[in-house]
Design a protein around this ligand. Structure first.
Ligand code: PBG
Length: 338
């Protein structure tokens, strides 16, 4: 590929190809369609919808409404849904025991959605944070988030999700070795078709704030030695680039079928590099804080909502992503004419 112009101005005028909609459409390099979207959805144990104040337009859905949403996803041409549980604070404990409950909210939501719309893929987060009273993704001992002990629980959680009918397991905890452990467990349990999309390069980010409100994981820890107030010992330092490539390489070697970069928009450099370096299906997560920023600006009339949403999602395609996990999925699919 050469970037040397074959002619020079005035023979070459790049604006010729931008002069009208028809020619812009004709030379467009990437397209966003509903098939690029994974709908990020929050489920709760009660009835009805509960609005999430920091994410206008997003509500926690009941199991019944999740099933309806799955039917809507099918109608809109959205291939998959990523489901996240909101757990009542009183049911949480320090080990996140409820994460393993085969009759818990995640299992029930997965079953209801697969019953209602079996053609829609269902993805489950493999991580303990919705279920732990301290909000961390792993088991804590003496102020340390234990890696190997956490993996044992994650494997049991992943198997439970696969039994419930999940199509994709998405380990989001950033423990070392969890993709390999999950893959081995899935193989030996007869779930060889269950896919793994690893949150391979996931950064310790301020942009997850609204999600914590959505799933009710509250403030992290106490910020003490016993209970760290951030996730920096397992999620990545946002200053790092090379490390993201090592993380992705490892997860692929361990058997991840697809990888993810998270957050999305501030990390497009990572998305682009991962796509170029590994040529495996690479997804980006447009996280809760990105959603909230766009909604806040559009609510004030500072940005045009439709244009901001479609541009933010289209940027992921331009960076080479296979698709985007986003809370805008149904809204965007409708904007795209579905
Ligand atoms: C938990 C998890 C998080 C998100 C997805 N899975 C939060 C975190 O790691 O602290 C973030 C989603 C979002 O912000 O939209 N492992």
């Amino acid at each position: 590929m050469t970037h040397t112009p074959l002619a020079a101005y005035p023979a070459l005028r790049l604006r010729r190809l931008r002069q009208a909609d028809w020619i812009r459409r004709l030379v467009r390099e990437t397209v966003l369609t509903p098939a690029d979207l994974i709908w990020s959805m929050v489920v709760h144990e009660g009835e009805g919808e509960i609005a999430v104040p920091s994410m206008p337009g997003v509500a926690r859905l009941s199991v019944k409404d999740c099933a309806k949403a799955a039917v809507e996803a099918r109608r809109l041409g959205i291939p998959a849904i990523a489901v996240f549980p909101h757990i009542d604070g009183s049911k949480k404990d320090s080990a996140g025991k409820l994460a393993l409950d085969p009759d818990g909210i995640v299992a029930r939501a997965v079953k209801a959605m697969k019953d209602a719309a079996p053609e829609v893929g269902i993805m489950c987060d493999v991580a303990l944070d919705p279920f732990t009273d301290h909000g961390h993704d792993g088991i804590i001992e003496g102020g340390k988030i234990l890696n190997d002990a956490t993996i044992e629980v994650l494997v049991a959680q992943g198997l439970m999700q696969a039994e419930a009918g999940a199509d994709i397991l998405a380990p989001s905890d950033m423990m070392d070795g969890r993709c390999g452990a999950l893959r081995r467990a899935l193989e030996s349990a007869g779930h060889q078709d269950v896919m793994i999309m690893s949150y391979a390069a996931k950064y310790a980010s301020a942009f997850y704030g609204p999600y914590r409100e959505a799933i009710g994981s509250g403030k992290l820890g106490t910020g003490t030695v016993e209970n760290p107030g951030d996730k920096k010992t397992y999620q990545m330092d946002y200053a790092n680039f090379e490390e993201a490539l090592r993380e992705v390489a490892l997860d692929i070697a361990e058997g991840a079928d697809m990888v993810m970069v998270k957050p999305g928009m501030p990390y497009l450099d990572i998305v682009s590099k991962v796509v170029e370096a590994f040529r495996v299906p690479t997804f980006a997560f447009q996280v809760s804080g990105e959603y909230a920023m766009i909604k806040a600006a559009t609510a004030n009339g500072w940005l045009d909502e439709e244009r901001a949403i479609l541009e933010s999602l289209g940027a992921f395609k331009r960076a080479g992503a296979a698709g985007v996990i986003t809370y805008f999925a149904p809204v965007a699919a409708r904007m795209l004419g579905a």
